[in-house]
Design a protein around this ligand. Sequence first.
Ligand code: C2E
Ligand code: CA
Ligand code: CA
Ligand code: CA
Length: 274
Amino acid sequence: AKETGGGRAEYYRLEMDAEREGRNLLEIDLRAAIEQSELHVVYQPVVDAKTWRLVGVEALARWNRKGHGPVSPDIFIPIAESTGLIDQLGIYVLHRACETIAGWPELRLSVNISPGQFRDPAFVAHVGAVFRDTRTDPARITLEMTEGYFIQNPERARAALAKLKRLGVRIALDDFGVGFSSVGYLRQFGFDRMKIDKSMVHAMDDGGRAVDMLQATVALARSLEIPVTAEGVETKSQALALKRSGCDELQGYLFGKPMSAEEINTIYRNDSFP
Ligand code: C2E
Ligand code: CA
Ligand code: CA
Ligand code: CA
């Protein structure tokens, strides 16, 4: 029995080593990928809930790891966050996306910001520099943030947001319905928009309480005059229910997956989805 136990412990130790090793290799490759501009940016359409016309795009990072193929952002973003690479990665995505939207003057752009990026005291200055370099009107830009940072460090978060907003950007509360976000945060921190997470949207399909909850949430946001985008919209019936609940913008596979700038360009020029 003793031997089996030791063997198992040894096995777990090896497995943990392998995992750590894999993560280290991933980190090394990610660092190189960022330095060699191997990351790229894709754009997901955001449409008006009533007309289904394209009103904006969300920029999403992609990494095609050399010799391995695509790595999901759900894997590489947390690595970037825990290693400090997120500062460079985040500014890179913002810069690329701002260059790209110069060709689509009528569209707005959303970019995701990780809480860790605020740790860099020069973050707001870097964001301002991107707008200057790319001649981007900050009023077209929404920075999407999750609630984690606001709960952990409300005072610093409020100060950081105020500084960002002085640049002229909008701020959205991302992933609403996943963590502990409450509608109260919208007012408390001065968010300009709420984004309902896809998990809440998909839960609606089961009917009942999930629908009531979503409707109540959107109604509360609207009573504060804060517009609401729903993400993860995959079916027409979801799109209709979300519009009826008061969401003003929709995003999801029904309208388009994250795609290349060229593909967005075609939609933009034809003013219609393929
Ligand atoms: P997110 O900000 O919540 O982005 C929405 C995610 O939902 C994207 O996943 C998108 O591809 C996916 N999605 C959109 N519509 C649908 C749909 O109809 N059905 C389903 N099943 N999924 C849909 P993605 O691109 O894999 O990104 C995952 C997360 O990684 C993002 O979640 C965001 O938190 C993070 N991320 C991606 N790019 C960046 C970045 O440049 N910076 C930072 N800080 N985070 C990023
Ligand atoms: Ca987002
Ligand atoms: Ca989400
Ligand atoms: Ca997110």
